[in-house]
Design a binder for this molecule. Structure first.
Ligand code: ADP
Length: 460
């Protein structure tokens, strides 16, 4: 049974029960009160007759007493009636009963109610007799029957609108629930994250339920987006180590053990790249279990060495010239070695993708900061697009990316790493001439020992 039907049934049923109780009590009290009043009235009448009868010397006047549809009789101690006055012969069949006390009761005879009152008096012969007055309660019965009809009609008149009100109430209450169900079905059908419209002034439980639902949807959407984002980022990032491993592996295949220095370099590169991939898969696993690792571990690293290592790997993988120059050696910064490598890979690979010439990595130890520049003499970025290049999935034009196989993710990942290191980036580019990305890292005291700090976010 639907909730709406249950609400209707419960509210109507409850009201019906209440009406039965209230109307029943009214009817019962009214019946008691009216019956008692009638008995008292008849008792008073009987007392008047009794007083007159006691003062009289004969019973003759009694025989002429007008009893209407009732009966008046005198009953002796032995139960025999010595005098009966009535126009209804049937009433004579009511068994006579002597009582030496005043009494009044309601009796039922031939499906008709009667009031029966008794009053003891001294009869003309000096004996004590019981004067009995029986009177039909027709007026009272018809009043009670009218009251019954009135109460029933009133009950029906209350129950019918109450039933419809219950139905309407059920619908009003369940309307937002229905909307919720429709939205949920819509979500299931379309696979999107829709929300429920809530009136701004609504504060009831249903509004709370809708708010909770919307919050839940937001959370789901957020988690879904995060997952999507990580999967795209991870697949983007896995490509580079795979390219490096592939190129060193083919080099080894070609030269085998003949060049021991190359063998060592190749094994080192393959080992390093597989470590990077291991890190990435670890992050992927953390994401799957709901706890993505977003921290960067900062330590003092030599940026010149990182740049030279990266250049060496990519030179080998892409067979292109990458020149590294530095005004000082070493140049220290506070950074996460893996993330800095990732950053260098992104910028140098972009340079390789969007130019055919050499790539230049320049490191500049300045008084207050360290500047890392990656320069290419490639196709450049249109002026209007420069502010957007760090946005996720942004590509200058799709044809360009189709040729180079780009996804629009690299620079957004790079920007997150730059932010996590408290660095700043700036782009200089001219179409047809080339592009220079300049990253400025905060200065670090060269004498400072290795120092670690955690908790800075990269992914967001
Ligand atoms: P993609 O994977 O498409 O290269 P990126 O986020 O790395 O994504 O770069 C975003 C866009 O910026 C690229 O589509 C490309 O058009 C442009 N871009 C990035 N680096 C360079 C560069 N060195 N030279 C020219 N255009 C670049």
């Amino acid at each position: 049974m639907s909730i709406s039907k249950r609400i209707t049934l419960f509210s109507t049923g409850f009201l019906f029960l209440l009406l039965v109780l209230v109307n029943g009590s009214i009817y019962f009290l009214f019946q008691q009160f009216s019956t008692n009043a009638e008995l008292e009235r008849m008792q008073a009448q009987l007392q008047t007759i009794a007083e007159s009868a006691q003062g009289s010397q004969s019973d003759l006047w009694l025989t002429s007493y007008g009893t209407g549809d009732g009966m008046l009789r005198v009953i002796r101690e032995d139960g025999s009636s010595t005098l009966t006055v009535t126009k209804e012969p049937d009433l004579r069949l009511i068994p006579a009963e002597y009582s030496n006390r005043e009494s009044g009761e309601v009796i039922s005879y031939q499906e008709q109610s009667y009031s029966l009152n008794r009053f003891p008096i001294i009869w003309v012969d000096g004996s004590i007799v019981s004067l009995e007055l029986i009177h039909p309660l027709t007026t009272l019965e018809s009043t009670l029957s009218t009251l019954r009809i009135v109460l029933m009609i009133a009950s029906v008149l209350i129950i019918i609108p109450a039933y419809f009100a219950g139905r309407a109430l059920g619908r009003i209450i369940l309307m937002p629930v229905q909307t919720l169900i429709n939205t949920m079905q819509g979500i299931r059908g379309s696979g999107s994250f829709q929300k429920i419209d809530i009136k701004p002034d609504a504060k009831d439980e249903l509004a709370q339920m809708s708010h909770t639902f919307n919050e839940m949807m937001e959370l789901l959407e957020e988690n879904y987006d995060k997952q999507q984002r990580f999967v795209s980022d991870a697949s983007h990032e896995l490509r580079t180590p795979l390219t490096v491993i592939e190129s060193y592996a083919s080099l080894l295949k070609r030269w085998g053990m003949k060049k021991p220095d190359l063998l060592e370099e190749a094994v080192d590169a393959i080992y390093d790249e597989s470590q990077r991939m291991k890190g990435l898969t670890k992050q992927m696993l953390a994401l799957a279990t709901g706890e993505p690792d977003k921290t960067v571990i900062l330590q003092q690293i030599d940026l010149v060495k990182s740049a030279e290592d990266t250049a060496k790997r990519l030179r080998q993988a892409y067979r292109r010239e990458i020149v590294v120059t530095a005004n000082e050696k070493p140049i220290y910064i506070l950074g996460d070695p893996e993330r800095i490598k990732q950053l260098l890979f992104i910028f140098v690979e972009n340079g390789l993708k969007y130019s055919d010439d050499d790539i230049r990595i320049t490191l500049d130890q300045k008084i207050n900061n360290v500047v890392l520049s990656i320069q290419d003499k490639g196709i450049g970025i249109p002026k209007d697009d420069i502010p957007n290049v760090f946005e996720r999935f942004f590509r200058v034009d799709k044809a360009r990316s189709r040729q180079t196989g780009g996804s629009g993710l690299g620079l957004s990942i790079a920007k997150a790493i730059i932010d996590a290191h408290g660095a700043k980036v700036d782009v200089q580019s001219e179409e047809g001439k080339g592009t220079t990305f300049r990253i400025s890292f905060p200065q670090v005291n060269k004498k400072q020992n290795e120092k670690q700090s955690g908790g800075e976010k990269v992914d967001e």
